[in-house]
Design a protein around this ligand. Structure first.
Ligand code: FES
Length: 149
């Protein structure tokens, strides 16, 4: 007979994560458990897939908040199906590409700053050169212009 509910230790071992990580995911409402008569956490088998998706998304640099939003967008907060994962991973790939583009622009605009450290208002292309950007806002205006949405 197939096992229908899993203890936190079994899930942790199967997924290669710490028990504290599972508690954290649950606290963040990424996974859910129910309590048995002994008040111990029990997980359904599909939690394994959810955790696999969480780990894969985290490796793509997706925040736990974005993962939570993606899960919440599914009917009845269901565990993502193969089709759901295909759609989500495409969407997250686009976010990853936007971040890569942002980091490339940041790297290119920093070339003169590498090893410099002056942060001169006059000479530094990062630090609001000649204050030309003051009318566009305070702080790191150049960085904000290139940051992914
Ligand atoms: S830190 Fe010196 S030019 Fe940017």
């Amino acid at each position: 007979m197939e096992q229908t509910s899993w203890s936190v230790g079994q899930v942790a071992k199967r997924c290669g994560v710490k028990v504290s990580t599972l508690h954290f995911y649950e606290q963040k409402q990424l996974i859910q458990s129910r309590r048995n008569s002994g008040n111990q956490r029990r997980y359904r088998k599909d939690v394994l897939r959810r955790i696999a998706i969480i780990k894969a998304a985290q490796k793509m640099g997706i925040s736990l908040e974005s993962i939570k939003e993606a899960f919440a967008s599914l009917p009845n907060n269901r565990t993502p199906s193969t089709e759901d994962w295909q759609r989500l991973s495409l969407q997250w790939r686009d976010e990853l590409n936007a971040r890569i583009t942002y980091l490339e622009k940041l790297r290119d605009s920093m070339t003169g700053c590498i090893g410099c450290g002056c942060l001169s208002m006059k000479n530094c292309p990062i630090y609001n050169r000649d204050d030309k950007l003051a009318s566009e806002g305070s702080g790191a205006v150049i960085l904000n212009q290139h940051s992914p949405k």
